[in-house]
Design a protein around this ligand. Structure first.
Ligand code: NAD
Length: 482
């Protein structure tokens, strides 16, 4: 089948086809995309049929022999060029993801694109240290090898397609695996551009493949295939349960980065203005950020002052078109998601919750929702226990550290957290919160060497630094007696 005409979005051209074995591959079946900004159609992209998944697996298997035989030092120049080619297309990445996912252009430009490049170069560099970690004992010399696992399936969600796809591709490729990326069906365009960057960088055919499609069809077919050696997934809990079963059927390791309902604790001795300013940041990207602290837990004695300060910051938030660099809160990804968010708020209010601000659609457009805060809640309320993934926060008060920790730990999620207070006090409280990470008097500081991931229903496994390589590699001890 011949390749398709490119889709043009805000003067950026991108292929709507898959990328398999170094070639663009069209499909007889396509699905339509529309922009969350204004619902305008963006075009139709190839839907992955069984034959496409099969072709990608065969291509990745064939490419594995040569790619895995290279040393990390030999792979590094390819990956450095890949990052350069991403950088060369920075403006196009920004515009595509703003249009198809509604991600803030300012965030794309200053955060996501530089980070996507770093995701590739950092792991290419870190891979150089992997084969040089011998263990010496009196008896033997242990050569600890990190061998690539094989063909890796990478499945990513719509709220951060470029960032999360490169976060997985970087270590998977640097370790010597070959990859098949299944982008999110609501926002696949930057993953297609990623294939263009890989191609321009001269990555050998079949090393990196992109097969687009819906999760229930293309994604399910990919993760169920016994030739897949690893499944790296970021997304929702229900999908993760499905993928874990498919992985279990083939006894394939899977890494699961899932949702959150992270606590944002404000202790009595917190700098309330700083805490309130950070609280307002939780509405960025319309709250569609897995690691946002969405449950405000505030000491009762400072709650009124905190609410007043946060209200001031929330009222100043610039809500609008994410392509405008000044915008701080953009649209919700999909009409279905808008309905879901509205449903959560309506049920909470019907159940007795009180709105502190927001609560309904925002006049800017059909997929915009007011930054919302609910209070007067019980710990077992639906809105306290479940991830909304929209611009909706809850506020509960507490009277002691023990009570704050009980509330913080009182959901099935355990992704992240935020804790504001006098540094020593806040650090002590933060260490008692059961999550994969927590920020003290700050939010969002990340380092690629640090572990990232959740506990309980927020996931299985850790990404970042050595943890990514432990997942993407077969680790082997070669024991040579002395
Ligand atoms: P989702 O689970 O619906 O979809 C995620 C991806 O999985 C998509 O590419 C989808 O097509 C695919 N998929 C769906 N069903 C599948 C199946 N049966 N087999 C294989 N693939 C399948 O999630 P979403 O709505 O796209 O994303 C939002 C969720 O992601 C939220 O819960 C959010 O918290 C979470 N998230 C977590 C992190 C993290 O790092 N922990 C980061 C971002 C988003």
């Amino acid at each position: 089948m011949t390749t398709s005409q490119p889709i043009v979005v805000d003067s950026v051209s991108v292929s709507p086809d898959h990328y398999i074995d170094g070639q663009r591959v069209a499909s007889a079946s396509r699905f339509a995309l529309s922009s969350p900004i204004d619902q305008r159609p963006l075009g139709q992209v190839a839907e992955g049929l069984d034959a496409h998944v099969e072709a990608a697996i065969v291509a990745a298997q064939q490419a594995f022999a040569a790619w895995s035989a290279l040393t990390a030092a030999e792979r590094k120049p390819y990956l450095d060029r890949f990052a350069e080619e991403i950088g060369r297309r920075a403006d196009a990445f920004c515009r595509l993801e703003s249009n198809d996912a509604g991600v803030l252009l300012s965030r794309m430009r200053h955060g996501v694109v530089p980070r996507a490049m770093l995701n590739i170069t950092w792991f290419a560099q870190h891979a150089l240290t992997l084969q040089n970690r011998p263990i010496e004992t009196e008896q033997a010399h242990h050569i600890v090898r990190h061998d690539p696992a094989g063909v890796v399936a990478i499945i990513t969600p719509w709220n951060a397609p470029l960032m999360l796809s490169t976060w997985k591709l970087g270590p998977a490729l640097a370790a010597g695996n070959t990859c098949i990326l299944k982008p999110p069906e609501w926002a696949p365009l930057t993953c297609s551009l990623l294939a263009e960057a890989a191609d321009a960088a001269g990555l050998p055919r079949g090393v990196f493949n992109v097969v687009q499609g819906t999760g229930a069809t293309t994604g399910a077919r990919l993760v169920s295939d016994p030739r897949i050696a690893r499944i790296s997934f970021t997304g929702s809990v229900p999908t993760a349960k499905w993928i874990a079963q498919a992985a279990g059927a083939n006894l394939v390791p899977c890494s699961l980065e899932l949702g959150g309902k992270s606590p944002f604790i404000v202790l009595e001795d917190a700098d309330l203005d700083n805490a309130a300013a950070t609280g307002a940041l939780m509405y960025r990207n319309a709250g569609q950020v897995c690691l946002a602290g969405t449950r405000l837990l505030v000491h009762a004695r400072v709650a009124d002052r905190f609410v007043a300060a946060m209200r001031g910051y929330v009222e100043k938030l610039a809500i609008g078109d994410p392509r405008d660099e000044a915008t701080e809160v953009g649209p919700i990804i999909h009409p279905r998601q808008v309905e879901r968010v509205q449903g959560f708020v309506q049920r909470a209010v019907a159940g007795g919750a009180r709105l502190l601000w927001g609560g309904g659609p925002h006049p800017f457009g059909a997929q915009y929702f007011q930054p919302t805060m609910l209070t007067e809640l019980r710990q077992d309320d639906e809105i306290v226990q479940n991830e909304v993934f929209g611009p909706v926060l809850t506020l509960q008060t507490f009277g002691s550290d023990d009570e704050a920790i009980r509330l913080a730990n009182g959901t099935d999620y355990g992704l992240g957290g935020v804790c504001y207070g006098a540094t020593e006090h806040a650090t002590a409280v933060a260490q008692r919160v059961r999550t994969g990470f927590i920020w003290v008097n700050s939010f969002g500081i990340r380092d690629l060497a640090a572990p990232f991931g959740g506990i309980k229903r927020s996931g299985i496994g850790r990404e970042g630094g050595d943890w990514s390589f432990e997942f993407f590699c077969d680790i082997k001890d070669v024991v040579v007696p002395k």
